[in-house]
Design a protein around this ligand. Structure first.
Ligand SMILES: Nc1ncnc2c1ncn2[C@@H]1O[C@H](COP(=O)(O)OP(=O)(O)O)[C@@H](O)[C@H]1O
Ligand SMILES: [Mg+2]
Length: 267
């Protein structure tokens, strides 16, 4: 089971953002949803976690229609789906350890008081997730403003990983980053997907990143999916907007090879 959109339409007043959009996220793989600004990428992620209710159609998470769920059902879906926002959104007045352990505290668990982790278990989980993003315990007592922006992004990712979500939803993970940090974040998404076998959806307008690590790419334009396929299939696409995206990417990275040709694609 996975995440599945069935004829999902999303309108805001007279504006149609998604029109009968259907797709399924391949389990354990990385799906990139590409599109220009304002096309409905963030809306797509918000529909998955029930932050928005579609005008029609079904959004299924592990077979459950998110739109039919009430409080407890929705809370379960949100626990399964770790959302990684564009900005790290760390709490400035808390140390990195406090930020990382926040979601594991009793007040964040479904029924406060029922799932209690000891401080030692919380610390163990925090250290484990920190090492997944290639950071060490020496930074835990620092505050967010004392580390670089790239490190803040890693911490934010580690925080999302702490409750061990089944799905990782990334909203523009590399927008506004310098090329080195972009590469590092992209590498991390790839490594986590393969190591944890977590199903990932990355919404982005960064075709270069998609070509490097996506298992599937889906391109949205004017409320619909205009192209869909593997990296190789997208590279062959004759759809004008896809060609435009590809041209921009090639102009920036003329010699770049996509990772799927150099890495074993099986998890
Ligand atoms: N809650 C909302 N109410 C009204 N309009 C919205 C709402 N959320 C998103 N929109 C509109 O839907 C369109 C798609 O938004 P969004 O998914 O945020 O775009 P992007 O692809 O840049 O992430 C935009 O035109 C935006 O203004
Ligand atoms: Mg957005």
């Amino acid at each position: 089971m996975s995440i599945c959109f069935q004829k999902v339409t999303q309108t805001f007043g007279s504006k149609i953002v998604l029109k009968e959009v259907s797709f399924e996220v391949p389990k354990g793989k990385i799906l990139f949803i590409l599109g220009k600004s304002g096309v409905g990428k963030s809306v797509t992620l918000k529909l998955i976690v029930g932050m928005l209710k579609a005008s029609s159609g079904q959004v299924l998470v592990d077979g459950q229609d998110v739109m039919q769920l009430q409080d407890e059902g929705l809370a379960q879906v949100r626990r399964k789906c770790g959302m990684v926002f564009q900005y790290p959104a760390l709490l400035d007045s808390l140390t990195l350890y406090e930020n990382l352990s926040f979601g594991l505290r009793p007040f964040c668990t479904p029924n406060p008081g029922t799932i209690l982790m000891s401080e030692a278990e919380i610390r163990k989980t925090v250290l484990e997730k920190l090492s997944l993003v290639h950071l060490g315990p020496e930074i835990l007592e620092l505050f967010p403003h004392q580390i670089s922006y790239g490190m803040q992004k890693r911490i934010s990712l580690a925080r999302t990983l702490a409750p061990e979500p089944h799905y990782l939803l990334f909203d523009e993970p590399t927008t506004g980053l310098d090329p080195i940090t972009t590469q590092a974040v992209n590498d991390l998404i790839f490594d986590l997907s393969r190591k944890l076998k977590v199903t990932s959806i990355v919404v982005s307008h960064d075709m270069a990143c998609a070509l490097q690590i996506a298992d599937q790419i889906l391109v949205l334009d004017e409320a619909q999916i205009i192209a869909q396929g593997t990296v190789d299939e997208i590279k062959q696409s004759s759809v004008p907007l896809v060609q435009e995206f590809l041209k921009e990417t090639l102009a920036l990275f003329p010699l770049e090879e996509n990772r799927s040709s150099t890495h074993d694609p099986s998890p």
